[in-house]
Design a protein around this ligand. Structure first.
Ligand code: CP
Ligand code: NVA
Length: 301
């Protein structure tokens, strides 16, 4: 029984095992009708709680479907509707839920909420995004890169935009999977200083993407950012939009990724998002396969 809290807290050998298992579970489904259960039912007799304190489409649906494909059952819970949203502590919530369910996935605001859940739960806890990181997304992204472009080790990944939670998980992955990561964005939106040692920072996006195997961006205003910051962030980030002119400066076969949801024509143009190098919908699909592998690893099934 193991928590999946962050990519930098998970052994590289285990990360490799999870990605390999995701690839093989995806292959095993090839040829099956959409909606059918997996031949293998490792989560039979397992109940999984999916807690959301922020909105979600991909995380909610991919975890729910993934559990069902593996024979388990889910409870999708909104934080606001639980006593959690009315003052009950995370520690008490964790101890109570552990009496009912076999696994907890939580999407929340403060990282400390996730850590408290993991500390007090007696069942595994999975990070479904916090203000600080989004490890499940980047597991799907590594899987997607490998499908399209082979091993990621030694390859060049460039992030253009806000040094946010999704970037942080990319930085964790760069160390664990041994790829080069360049950040390009304005200084006020730099990644957390603790990440600077493991990455390259290049202010000029055109220079940053030279030789890139993968170009990534994300929304300019995340769910935890105040809406009052919107205009300022748009002004700061406008020059870091991923458009065809920028992609033309990367390697010709460079992939484009975005975790979605996107604000088309802000952080990336539709020409890029729907263009030949974009793998954004494979990324979304691979959330399903990668998280199924994460859940199996957490439960040891
Ligand atoms: N990428 C991602 O986590 O999407 P959702 O917010 O829709 O879950
Ligand atoms: N950085 C975004 C990712 C959404 C999946 C956010 O936190 O809102």
């Amino acid at each position: 029984m193991t928590d999946f809290l962050d990519i930098d807290k998970t052994d590289p050998k285990d990360l490799r095992k999870i990605i390999d298992s995701a690839h093989s579970m995806k292959k095993a489904r090839t040829g099956q009708l959409r909606g059918t259960l997996d031949a293998d039912q490792p989560l039979a007799n397992h109940m999984v709680a999916l807690i959301f304190e922020k909105p979600s489409t991909r995380t909610r649906v991919s975890f729910d479907v993934g559990v069902r494909q593996m024979g388990g059952q889910t409870l999708v819970l909104s934080g606001a509707d639980m006593q959690l949203g009315h003052g009950e502590t995370i520690a008490d919530t964790a101890r109570v839920l552990s009496r009912y369910v076999d696994l907890i996935m939580i999407r929340t605001f403060e990282e400390q909420t996730l850590l408290d859940m993991a500390e007090y739960a007696t069942v595994p806890v999975i990070n479904g995004l916090t203000n600080a990181s989004h490890p499940c997304q980047i597991m799907a992204d590594i899987m997607t890169f490998e499908e399209h472009a082979g091993p990621i080790k030694g390859r060049k990944v460039v992030w253009s935009g806000d040094g946010n939670n999704v970037f942080t998980s990319f930085a964790h992955a760069a160390k664990q999977f041994e790829f080069d990561l360049t950040f390009t964005g304005p200084p006020p939106l730099d990644p957390h200083p603790s990440l600077h040692a493991g990455i390259t920072i290049e202010r000029d996006p055109a220079k940053a993407v030279q030789g890139a195997d993968l170009v990534v961006t994300d929304t300019w205003v995340s769910m935890h950012d105040p809406q009052s910051a919107r205009e300022r962030r748009h002004n700061q980030l406008r020059g870091y939009q991923v458009n065809e002119a920028l992609m033309a400066k990367a390697k010709p076969d460079a992939l484009f990724m975005h975790c979605l949801p996107a604000h088309r024509e802000d952080e990336a143009t539709s020409a890029v998002m729907d263009g030949p190098n974009s793998v954004i919908f494979d990324e979304a699909e691979n959330r399903l396969h990668a998280q199924k592998a994460v859940m199996r690893w957490c439960l040891g099934v």
